[in-house]
Design a protein around this ligand. Structure first.
Ligand SMILES: [Mg+2]
Length: 403
C-alpha cells in the first residue's frame, strides 16, 4: 500500500471571528466560540483513507502539512514510526519542533493509524495494546451554577471552570450548587501576567474546595514559578496543553511539578507521542487527562482510543456544547452516556468527516486576546493592557469579580 495524496480541510468552527475574544457562550462557558479546525485526509492507492486532525495554529499548521506532504507520497502508510521520523528529521533545519510542527505531524500520524486500523479491520485501541476500559469519564465546562447543575443532571461527575478573574467566588458558588459528590477542576490558563506569588495566593484559597486538579497556574515557560506553586499549594497540579511532543511535557514530569499531564492530541505529535507521554507519566505516578480546548471531533476520537488503552487515564475534557455545527461535521458522533464516552469498536478511529459540511464554514481567523471583558484588543491605559505583561494582577481582585 502506498500514500497517493494528502488533503487538508480548514474550517471555522463557529461564527467568523471578528476581533478580540468571543463572548461567553451557552451556559456561560468562558471559552472562545470561534476556532479553526484542520482535518487531514491521507489517501492510499488501495482505497483506504485515513482521517486526522491538527490543532495549534490551524491555518499555519495547514501550510506545514502541505510542506511535509512530498516526504510521504509513495510511502507505505503502515510504517508509522518510520514516516514520523522522516517528518521530524526534515524539520530540523527550522529550529526546535514547536506546536506547529508537532501539530502537522499529529494530524498526518493520526490518519496513518486510522488507515492501519481500517486495513487490518480493527480499532486503533487494539493496535495500542487493547482496551483497559470500555468507557472514558469526561468533564464539561460551566461557569454558572445553573449550567453546572444541568450538566450534573445529564450525568457529568466533573466540571471545569476557569480563571483567574473572580475564580475563588466562582468556584465557591459552583461547589454550593453541586455539593461534594461532583469533582471540580480549575484552569488558570497560565497567562503571562499572573505572577507565581498570585498563583500561590489563588491556589491556597482554592484548597478548601478539594479540586480534582488545578491547571496551568503559571505560564508554561515558567518552571521556577511552577515549583513555587507546587511547594506552597496543597492541590493536585496539571499542565501540558501548550506543549508539543514527548520532550515538551518531559520536564514537568521529571521535575515532579505535576500530578496530571494534559497533552493536546492535535499538537502532541500524534497518537504514538500520546502513548509515550502516558507511559512516561506512569513512571512518575501521574495521570493522563488530554486537553480538548482547541480541538474538534476527530482529535477527540483519537484521544478516546489512547485513553482506552493506557492504565493511567484520569478523564477527558469535552466541548460537546461549544458549537452545534460539531454535530454535523463528523459521522458518527461519539456515544455519551452518563458523563462517559463509550469507546468505539469500529475499525481505525471509527469516524469520518463530512466534507460537504466543512466547506460551508470557510476559515476566517482564530487569533484572539483572552480575558478582555470589553472585547477590545490590547490597548495601553485600559484594562486590556494587562494582556501581555503587567507586574501584578490587581491583587484585591484575585478572589473577587473584576467589573
Ligand atoms: Mg487549559
Amino acid at each position: 500500500m502506498k500514500i497517493r495524496e494528502i488533503q487538508t480541510f480548514l474550517m471555522q468552527a463557529g461564527p467568523p471571528l471578528e476581533s478580540g475574544w468571543a463572548p461567553a457562550g451557552k451556559g456561560g462557558m468562558s471559552t472562545a466560540q470561534s476556532r479553526q479546525w484542520l482535518f487531514v485526509k491521507v489517501v492510499t492507492d488501495e482505497g483506504f483513507t485515513g482521517i486526522g486532525e491538527c490543532s495549534g495554529w490551524p491555518r499555519v499548521v495547514d501550510t506545514a502539512v502541505k510542506d511535509l506532504t512530498p516526504l510521504l507520497l509513495g510511502q507505505d502508510p503502515t510504517h508509522i514510526q518510520r514516516l514520523w521520523n522522516r517528518m521530524k528529521v526534515a524539520m530540523m533545519g527550522h529550529g526546535m519542533t514547536g506546536t506547529v510542527g508537532y501539530g502537522a505531524m499529529a494530524g498526518i500520524e493520526m490518519a496513518l493509524w486510522d488507515i492501519k486500523g481500517k486495513a487490518l479491520g480493527t480499532p486503533v485501541w487494539n493496535l495500542l495494546g487493547g482496551k483497559v476500559r470500555d468507557r472514558i469519564r469526561a468533564y464539561a465546562h460551566a461557569s454558572r451554577p445553573q449550567y453546572a447543575l444541568d450538566l450534573v443532571q445529564r450525568g457529568y461527575t466533573a466540571i471545569k471552570t476557569t480563571g483567574p478573574s473572580g475564580i475563588v467566588d466562582k468556584v465557591g458558588a459552583l461547589r454550593d450548587a453541586v455539593g461534594q459528590s461532583v469533582d471540580l477542576i480549575v484552569d488558570l490558563h497560565g497567562p503571562p501576567w499572573l505572577a507565581a506569588a498570585d498563583a500561590v495566593a489563588i491556589g491556597r484559597e482554592l484548597e478548601q474546595f478539594k479540586l480534582l486538579f488545578l491547571e496551568d497556574p503559571v505560564a508554561p515557560e515558567d518552571l521556577r514559578g511552577f515549583r513555587r506553586v507546587r511547594d506552597a499549594v496543597q492541590l493536585p497540579l496539571a499542565a501540558g496543553e501548550r506543549h508539543g511532543g514527548l520532550w515538551g511535557v518531559r520536564n514537568l514530569l521529571v521535575e515532579g511539578l505535576v500530578d496530571v499531564i494534559q497533552p493536546d492530541t492535535g499538537r502532541s505529535g500524534g497518537i504514538g507521542q500520546m502513548m509515550r507521554m502516558a507511559h512516561l507519566a506512569e513512571t512518575f505516578f501521574a495521570f493522563f487527562a488530554p486537553h480538548s480546548g482547541s480541538l474538534g471531533p476527530v482529535a477527540e476520537y483519537a484521544a478516546v482510543h489512547v485513553l482506552a488503552a493506557i492504565p493511567n487515564t484520569l478523564i477527558l475534557e469535552r466541548f460537546g456544547d461549544d458549537w452545534e455545527g460539531r454535530q454535523r461535521v463528523v459521522t458518527p458522533l461519539l456515544d455519551i452516556q452518563d458523563g462517559h464516552i463509550i469507546v468505539p469498536d469500529r475499525p481505525g478511529l471509527g469516524v469520518d468527516i463530512v466534507e460537504g459540511e466543512i466547506t460551508k464554514h470557510p476559515p476566517s481567523g482564530n487569533v484572539s486576546i483572552p480575558g478582555s471583558p470589553t472585547q477590545q484588543a490590547y490597548e495601553a491605559g485600559t484594562f486590556d493592557e494587562h494582556s501581555y505583561f503587567q507586574a501584578r494582577w490587581r491583587r484585591p481582585s484575585l478572589s473577587g469579580h473584576i467589573e
